[in-house]
Ligand binder design. Sequence first.
Ligand code: HSE
Length: 310
Amino acid sequence: MKKEVRVFAPATVANVAVGFDILGFALQAPGDEIVARRVDKAGLHIKTITGDGGKLPYEVDKNTAGFAARCLLRQLEAEAIGVELEIHKKMPFGSGLGSSAASSAAGAMAVNALLGMPVSKMDTLHCAVLGEQVADGAYHADNVAPSLLGGIILIRANEALDVHRLPVPEALHAAVVYPHVSILTKDARDVLSPRVTLQQSIQQCGNLAGLMVGLYESDYGLIGRSLEDVIIEPQRAPLVPHFAEVKQAALDAGALGCSISGAGPSVFALCQGAETASAVAKAISSIFTRQNIPNDPYASPVNQEGAKII
Ligand code: HSE
């Protein structure tokens, strides 16, 4: 067992246009860092929270990272061990980049790493999802699973955590831009109608299946044609400033497809090649900048590693 470890868990793009609550992938940056340290006092304690998490609770029950970490200590029957956490929030809340999911994935990873990785990452997923549930009240793994495991993850069923890693075509890159406006996930879920039409369902199923085949066959054209969300995006687009213009700019710059990242306001585009991804991130960023909306652009390949010791 180690005395101290520092871990990183990345931001994620949930939904990926056509997989509402069941699809997500990990980015290289940004992400959260957590230091876990052995202490004499038994159980899980939160010592420090820095960065964007200034207002996060220190009570373990109410803190996503703390909850996930203590859940894993219990699962491993290791509560006699004393562990303190330093939580370094390096990503904003309400950004659509899976901030709370990154914290809970890092919390679970920190305890597993401190104990010498007695279980696989997959065996810590339940605790990490429970940690995120503290933040948003719902048990869904579309941010947590890719943050923890890396890659592009399909969640066939959230309750059963029936999760599957999809292949990532070699040249697939993501452009992501976070405009500095806040959208609460709860509000972005409240705008959604509980009903879909048969026609919408047919189109969305076709696109989700098309995206899967595109990923398996590295068929970039098929990936692009499939990145069309006919159910969620039309309902949430009004929440993202200048979304139509942003999407058009991304497509004009060569993106395969562009949609809202998670519950927004961040937007993402999938691209073939690193250069195109950089150009697309720049094109999206310039639309927000022109409207005086500060923004953070990112361009990277899909992060295949997920949470890791640093
Ligand atoms: N799938 C979720 C949503 C992600 O779009 O509401 C945000 O947690």
